[in-house]
Structure formats: structure tokens, C-alpha cells
Design a binder for this molecule. Structure first.
Ligand code: AMP
Length: 286
């Protein structure tokens, strides 16, 4: 696996692959790899002749007071894991390489979908995400890009950006990879103390409860929301940011649940902010 730190050497490789007629997959990440990231890389490997993994902790998607400075990093370990998962090129740009003129004055600003869910609590976050993903698409020119359903809102917004701006890339969604107890894997799980780690199952327990009620015929989103909220509130270290039921296509709130309804959660466990989501009708949880 080749490591590129600058755009010019990335482009040299990209041109060679284009000349050889190889299909190129991209997996954008912020590093500190876990099985979720590696599953995305393996998927890209199955679909493409060459796989680029980008690793960049993107400052413009973090708000003031968020965890930009403390975000976990371990490049040597990440390099080994990405190579073993089949990446051909790890692209690790510096902040100067990515934003040579400082924070970019031209940004990709997503519409309506970005003001729901996490957008309400992280103003500007999805502008930062769309801007960096658009830049990565321009740099790597992938045929395929793989994103995790764990960040469902991000995935929906990027799909829309690709349609709106005609990026010639196919977006592939990968299911959420979980720990044996159901906790969604996340680089931020490394922040959790042992007590917090135990209580972090409150998100998946809330989702399991909502699915059970939905399968038993409950369709009132008010009632589902209330049941999930009260289950999570029973965990002393958990503080709910939001528990929402939305249409999985538009992310607009819904009152009556149906097979397209997405339950999305953001919960602080101690000071760590965790998110998760599930379509109520899907049998996707352990
Ligand atoms: P991050 O490094 O957290 O920005 O994530 C990079 C990519 O990995 C995004 O597309 C995420 O949605 C995806 N991802 C993160 N955690 C998981 C997980 N547990 N399962 C599947 N994909 C994930």
C-alpha cells in the first residue's frame, strides 16, 4: 500500500490507474480504524480494481467546543489495518495540503436535510462534511465511494449532493458494524470509561424496544419516541440529545410510523456523544 500526503502524488497514481482501465473506489474516513471502517474498505475492494482510503480529521466539520483536538489518532496502526483490508493507497493530507488558503471561503452547503437531526445540534457540520467530500471526489475522482449507514444523515446528504451537483460517482451504503452487545462501532467509543461503555448499550436497547413495539403494531411516533426516551433516561450516565422518528428518504419528521420510518438517536454517555439509527421495519440488530 502506498501512502500519499499530497494531492500531486495521488493524481499521478490516479492517472496510471485510469490508463490501465481500473475502477477506483474511495472510502473517506477520519482514521482510528475499527471493524466498521475495515468493512467499508473490503466492500470497496470487492467492487473496484483499486481502493483509496482517505484519512483526514477535517477541522471545518467540528464546531467550537467539540473534540477536534482530542480526536483519537494512530497513523501507524491505521496504515497496517488499511493495507490488510485491501487498500492500495492511503491518502493522508495535512491541513495545509487540504486548505492551503486557510478555511475555504467556497463551501458546499446542503439544503433542508441538513437542518434535521444532528444538524440542529451541530450547526455548520454538514457544510464541512460536504465541502471536504466534494474536494475528495475532485482529487480522487472515484468511480465508487463507500459510506456507512451508521451516519445515516451524512449518507443521505451526500447522495443528494452527488445528484444535485452531478458528481460522476456511485454511492454505496454499508450496514452498521456493531460490537457483540450491539453498540455501533465508532472511533469515539475509545473515550468511554468502563462504566460508560456498559451504559452505552442504551442506544441499541432503545432501538430494540422501538422495533419490538413497531412489530407488535404500534404506529404512533409520539408513543414510540416516549418509550425509547424513557428507557434511555433509565441509564444514569445517559443524556438524550434527540430521539427522532423521520422518513428515511426525506428525513422529515413523521407522526405515523411505516416501513420507511427511521429511528435516529443522539445520546451523550458521560461527555461522549454517540449516534445510532435504524429503520423500524428492518431486522438489522443483533
Ligand atoms: P469516520 O472515520 O467516523 O468519519 O467514518 C468514516 C466512514 O466509516 C463513514 O462513512 C462512516 O459512516 C463509516 N462508519 C463509521 N462507523 C461505522 C460502523 N460502525 N459501521 C459501518 N460504517 C461505519
Amino acid at each position: 500500500m502506498y501512502t500519499a500526503r499530497d494531492i500531486a502524488s495521488l493524481r499521478v497514481r490516479r492517472r496510471e490507474w485510469a490508463a490501465a482501465g481500473l475502477k477506483v473506489g474511495l472510502v473517506p474516513t477520519m482514521g482510528f480504524f475499527h471493524e466498521g471502517h475495515l468493512a467499508l474498505m473490503r466492500r470497496a475492494r470487492e467492487l473496484c480494481g483499486r481502493v483509496v482510503v482517505s484519512l483526514f480529521v477535517n477541522p471545518i466539520q467540528f464546531g467550537p467546543g467539540e473534540d477536534l483536538a482530542s480526536y483519537p489518532r494512530d497513523l501507524d496502526r491505521d496504515r497496517e489495518l488499511a493495507a490488510a483490508a485491501g487498500a492500495d493507497l492511503l491518502f493522508v493530507p495535512s491541513e495545509e495540503e487540504m486548505y492551503p488558503a486557510g478555511p475555504p471561503s467556497t463551501r458546499v452547503v446542503p439544503g433542508e436535510m441538513a437542518s434535521a437531526l444532528c444538524g440542529r445540534f451541530r450547526p455548520g457540520h454538514f457544510d464541512g462534511v460536504c465541502t471536504v467530500v466534494a474536494k475528495l471526489f475532485n482529487m480522487v475522482q472515484p468511480d465508487v465511494a463507500v459510506f456507512g449507514r451508521k451516519d445515516f444523515q451524512q449518507l443521505a446528504i451526500i447522495r443528494r449532493m452527488v445528484r444535485d451537483l452531478d458528481f460522476p460517482v456511485e454511492i454505496i451504503a454499508h450496514p452498521t458494524v456493531r460490537e457483540p452487545d450491539g453498540l455501533a462501532m465508532s472511533s469515539r467509543n475509545s473515550y468511554l470509561s468502563p462504566d460508560e461503555r456498559e451504559q452505552a448499550v442504551c442506544l441499541v436497547e432503545g432501538m430494540r424496544l422501538a422495533k419490538r413495539l413497531y412489530n407488535e403494531g404500534e404506529r404512533s411516533c409520539g408513543r414510540l419516541r416516549q418509550e425509547v426516551s424513557s428507557l434511555i433516561s433509565g441509564y444514569p450516565l445517559a443524556r438524550i440529545e434527540y430521539v427522532e422518528l423521520v422518513d428515511s428518504r426525506s428525513l422529515a419528521p413523521v407522526e405515523r410510523a411505516d416501513d420507511h420510518t427511521l429511528l435516529a438517536l443522539a445520546v451523550r454517555v458521560g461527555s461522549t456523544r454517540l449516534i445510532d439509527n435504524t429503520i423500524l421495519a428492518d431486522r438489522d440488530l443483533p
